[in-house]
Structures are given as structure tokens and as C-alpha cells.
Design a protein around this ligand. Structure first.
Ligand SMILES: [Zn+2]
Length: 317
């Protein structure tokens, strides 16, 4: 029988009480990941994804052996649309779920209009096709969290750590007992089977100093495993994080040099790709993997994020 996207195995048990869910984004598996935690009669979903993959998410929850009615917590590492765009619409399917998000993201869930406007500037007419409807989360369902909080959910004790740099509303969740760290985008993008870390640097929040501090914080926690949103478990943690830090800065320098040369955005994107893509080509070998990295975090957005960061920094001087 010919397989459909939804009939593939998309829920993978990683450890006792931990599942990884792959959401089929733009026809590709292994790009956007959610994590499901189960224990003590609670089920939590970390980063349920965009609205366009809600049906697939619900199918994966069932595949992991749970019902949508079992979900008690919807937890955000950050509110970018590929991680948490589904939240408002998803609540209709998850009658018991409450939403947990950093205080800086909470107001954007109550009123998504600014997030939608900002994403529309980046994605234009592809908004609907990529992200679908962005619905508000009702106040009574919303729980604001901060770095330093402890979430006792799904039979675990999860430390919340504030991790800005990629986004001002970014947190990670660390299970001290198991050593699992749910990293969202703070630990970068690394697709499975390819030894290459790429910093996702979208506008408007990119902050190299804050992100570098975040990287140091993640290292100090000494996790056994990083669970990346894009995508999956990474166990060689210190090396992975130092590679991320190196790329974050060296890519920033490439963009800055072009800006100083008076190049415009289109020219900078072109030369940025010419300078950075050969390394990925060499490591990935398969051209399709380049396209997959581009779906996870694309070059134009990468450059736009750095350009905005450098412009803001020069204004502050
Ligand atoms: Zn993000």
C-alpha cells in the first residue's frame, strides 16, 4: 500500500515518558518536532507546532497511545509560529489543556495581531499556506512563566531557564533527574544524520550577546541530551553548543562586513549563501538536505535577522 504522510510513524518513544513527534511541514518529516511527556496522569506537549499540522499532531498523540482529551499542558519554548502557532486553535481539541508560556510571550498569545503582522512582513502571501489560522488563547487558559520557575508536570520536575538570543520570549525546560533538556531553538538547528549546526537568526529579536550567554547557561546545566525543535536528540552537548556559538558569531561577521561594504539586502543574501553553503554541501552530500535545512531556517531570514541586529546595535552607540 502506498504510504501517506500521516501513515508514517511520527511518534517515537525516546525514553520512559518521553516521545518525539515529527510534524509534516511543507511535505517533509524530521523538520519540526514536538515533545510529549507523560506521567502521573498528566500529558504535556512541548511546542505543538503550527496550525497547518494540527491534524497530524492529533494523529501522532493517538499513535503514542494517548487521546487529545488526555493532554493537560501545552508548553511553549517560545511563541514563533512553527512552534506555537497552533496553540489557540488546538485548544478546541484539547479540553483539559492549559497553556504555559514566558511572560514576554503571553500577551502575544492573548492578542496575536503583532506576531501575525511581523510574520506577514517575512512570509507575505505564503502566510496562510505555511501557518494557517493564528487564533488567540483565552486568558483563563493561560499561565505565564519565568526563568527560575519549577514546573511539576507529567510526573516530572522541570526547571524553567530564561534563554533569550533567538527570541526574547524563549525559555528551555530542564529535567534535572533525567538530564533531558528541551531546547526549542536556543541550541540551534541540526537535522538528524547531518553533523552541521546552523543558528536560526530571524528578526526581530536576534541578540548575539544574549544568545552567547544562553549557550554558556545550557553548557553549565550539563544536560545528557538536548532535544532540538529542529530536530531531535543531540548527545554530544558541549561540542554541539560551541559549534553553534562559533557559527553565530562568524555568520554575524560575514553579514556585517557586507553591510560595511554598502551592499543591499539582496546582495548580502547572495554572497552569504555563496560563502556558507559549500560547507553544508560538503557535509550533507545530498542536495535534498540543503532544501530541508532551508525549510527549517532559511538564508534570507538569517541575513535579515543579522542586519536588523547590527543596525540596532549601531544606533545604540
Ligand atoms: Zn524560533
Amino acid at each position: 500500500m502506498k504510504g501517506e504522510v500521516f501513515s508514517l510513524t511520527t511518534a517515537t518513544q525516546l525514553r520512559t515518558g518521553t516521545w518525539q513527534i515529527s510534524l509534516p511541514f511543507q511535505g517533509e518529516q524530521g523538520i519540526i518536532g514536538s515533545y510529549l511527556l507523560a506521567g502521573a496522569n498528566e500529558v504535556a506537549l512541548i511546542d505543538p507546532g503550527p496550525s497547518t499540522t494540527i491534524e497530524a499532531l492529533l494523529a501522532s498523540i493517538r499513535e503514542a497511545g494517548f487521546a487529545p482529551e488526555d493532554i493537560t499542558h501545552l508548553v511553549a519554548t517560545h511563541i514563533h509560529l512553527d512552534h506555537f502557532g497552533a496553540a489557540g486553535s488546538l485548544l478546541r481539541h484539547l479540553p483539559r489543556a492549559r497553556v504555559y508560556v514566558h511572560s514576554k510571550g503571553a500577551r502575544h498569545l492573548l492578542d496575536p495581531s503583532k506576531v501575525v503582522a511581523s510574520a506577514t512582513r517575512i512570509y507575505g502571501e505564503r502566510m496562510q499556506q505555511l501557518w494557517g489560522e493564528i487564533e488567540a488563547v483565552p486568558q483563563e487558559k493561560l499561565q505565564s512563566i519565568e526563568g527560575g520557575d519549577i514546573l511539576n508536570i507529567a510526573g516530572r520536575r522541570l526547571e524553567v531557564h530564561y534563554t533569550p538570543g533567538h527570541a526574547v520570549h524563549h525559555v528551555i525546560f530542564f529535567d534535572v533527574h533525567s538530564g533531558e533538556l528541551f531546547a526549542g531553538d536556543a541550541a540551534g538547528v541540526r537535522l538528524q544524520g547531518i553533523d552541521y549546526v546552523r543558528p536560526p537568526t530571524p528578526p526581530p529579536d536576534l541578540d548575539l550577546e544574549a544568545w552567547s550567554e544562553t549557550i554558556s547557561k545550557l553548557k553549565q546545566l550539563r544536560p545528557d541530551v538536548l532535544y532540538l525543535a529542529h530536530f531531535g536528540p543531540t548527545t554530544n552537548v558541549p561540542q554541539h553548543l560551541e559549534r553553534l556559538r562559533e557559527k553565530l558569531y562568524s555568520w554575524g561577521e560575514l553579514v556585517l562586513a557586507q553591510m560595511r561594504n554598502g551592499k543591499d539586502e539582496a546582495e548580502i543574501i547572495e554572497s552569504f549563501i555563496a560563502q556558507t553553503q559549500p560547507e553544508l554541501e560538503r557535509i550533507a552530500r545530498d542536495p535534498h538536505e540543503l532544501a530541508r535545512y532551508e525549510i527549517a531556517t532559511n538564508y534570507p531570514m538569517t541575513v535579515q535577522g543579522y542586519m536588523r541586529y547590527w543596525k540596532l546595535k549601531s544606533q545604540k552607540r
